[in-house]
Design a protein around this ligand. Structure first.
Ligand code: SAM
Length: 302
C-alpha cells in the first residue's frame, strides 16, 4: 500500500528532497571532470547541473569556487564523489570485461551517465532504477544533447521501497543471467526494511558469478557528526540537509548477511582508494566520511 507521502516522493524529481542529492553528485562529477588530475570524466554532468533551476548557479569547475579546494563541499566532498565514481567505474568495467557478465542494474541510478560514457562490451544491457521524476529529468537533458547510449539502456521508473522486482522483470531483466549490481550513494536513504528487501532480492535474482557493489555508513549515531564541515557546508551553501535525508534508523549488517548467503565480500574505506590513486580525501577530525565503507561482493556459491 502506497501512502500519500510516498506517492509524493515517487513523483518528486531532482528539484526537491532526495532527488537533489543526484544534482550534488552531478556537480561534483562536473568539477572532477575538469580537474587537471581528474579521477573520472563525465561530460554529461555539468549539463544536468545547468538544466535544473535548483542547481543552475552551482559551480561546475573548481576555479568557480572562491575558496577552491579549501571549500569543504566543492573541494573535499566533491573530490570524494570523484573518487567514488572512478572506483566504481573501474569495478563495473572489470566485471564486464573480465567476466562473462553482460547484465547491469544501477539501483538509485540518479544522474549516473555510465551507460553513455563507459566502454561497454557488445551485448551489455543496463537497467537504471530510480523514481519517475528523476528519470524524466535525466531523459530531458540527455535527449536535448542527442546523447547515445553505448549499451542497451533500460530505464525502470519505480520506488525502491515498493516491490521493484516486478517492474525490473517486466522491463526485460533476465534472472538466469549473472548480473552486475550497483547501489552507489543509495542505501543510507532507505529504511532498514527496504535495504533488507534489496539485499534479499539481489541475492534471489543473482546466479553464481554475479557481483554487487554498494556504499554504507557505519556510524552508530549519524548525529554525532552533525557539526562536520561536510554536512554544515552542504546545508549552508546549497540547502541540502543530508542528515535529514538519511534514514536515521538502525542499519542492517548487509555484508554479513551476504556472506551467509554465499557471497564473498571485501569492505574498504574510501581512504584506501585515496592512497591507491594518490589523490582524494584523507581522514580529518569530526569527519562525516569516517563511517563510509565501499563494499564489493561476489556471489561465489549458488
Ligand atoms: N547512484 C547515483 C550516482 O551516484 O550518481 C545517484 C546517487 S543520489 C545521491 C541518490 C539517488 O537515489 C537519487 O537519484 C534518488 O532519487 C535515489 N533514491 C533514493 N531513494 C530512492 C527510492 N526509495 N527509490 C528509488 N530511488 C531512490
Amino acid at each position: 500500500m502506497v501512502d500519500t507521502a510516498r506517492r509524493d516522493t515517487e513523483r518528486e524529481g531532482v528539484e526537491g528532497g532526495i532527488g537533489r542529492t543526484a544534482l550534488l553528485v552531478a556537480a561534483s562529477r562536473a568539477i572532477e571532470t575538469h580537474r587537471h588530475d581528474s579521477l573520472a570524466r563525465d561530460p554529461y554532468a555539468e549539463h544536468f547541473v545547468r538544466a535544473a533551476p535548483a542547481s543552475a548557479d552551482w559551480p561546475v569547475r573548481i576555479h568557480e569556487v572562491p575558496d577552491g579546494d579549501a571549500n569543504p563541499l566543492w573541494g573535499r566532498f566533491a573530490r570524494y564523489f570523484g573518487l567514488r565514481t572512478r572506483v566504481l567505474d573501474d569495478h563495473l568495467l572489470r566485471s564486464v570485461h573480465t567476466g562473462a557478465l553482460r547484465q547491469v542494474v544501477l539501483l538509485g541510478a540518479g544522474l549516473d551517465a555510465r551507460a553513455f560514457r563507459l566502454d561497454w562490451p557488445p551485448g551489455c544491457v543496463i537497467f537504471e532504477i530510480d523514481r519517475q521524476g528523476v528519470l524524466d529529468f535525466k531523459h530531458g537533458v540527455l535527449d536535448g544533447l542527442s546523447a547515445t547510449p553505448r549499451a542497451t539502456r533500460v530505464p525502470v521508473p519505480i520506488d525502491l521501497r515498493a516491490d521493484w522486482v516486478g517492474a525490473l522483470t517486466d522491463a526485460g531483466f533476465d534472472r538466469t543471467a549473472p548480473t552486475v549490481w550497483l547501489a552507489e550513494g543509495l542505501l543510507f536513504y532507505l529504511p532498514i526494511t527496504a535495504e533488507r528487501y534489496l539485499i534479499d532480492t539481489v541475492d534471489r535474482l543473482s546466479p553464481r558469478g554475479s557481483t554487487l557493489a554498494y556504499e554504507v555508513k557505519l556510524e552508530k549515531d549519524l548525529l554525532a557528526y552533525r557539526d562536520s564541515p561536510l554536512y554544515t557546508s552542504t546545508e549552508r551553501q546549497i540547502g541540502i540537509d543530508l542528515l535529514h535525508l538519511f534514514d536515521g534508523g538502525p542499519r542492517p549488517d548487509s555484508a554479513g548477511d551476504l556472506e551467509g548467503r554465499g557471497w564473498s565480500t571485501s569492505v574498504h574505506t574510501p581512504f584506501d582508494f585515496t592512497h591507491r590513486h594518490g589523490r582524494g580525501p584523507l581522514p580529518e577530525p569530526n569527519d562525516a566520511l569516517e563511517g563510509n565503507r565501499w563494499v564489493f561482493a561476489d556471489k561465489t556459491r549458488p
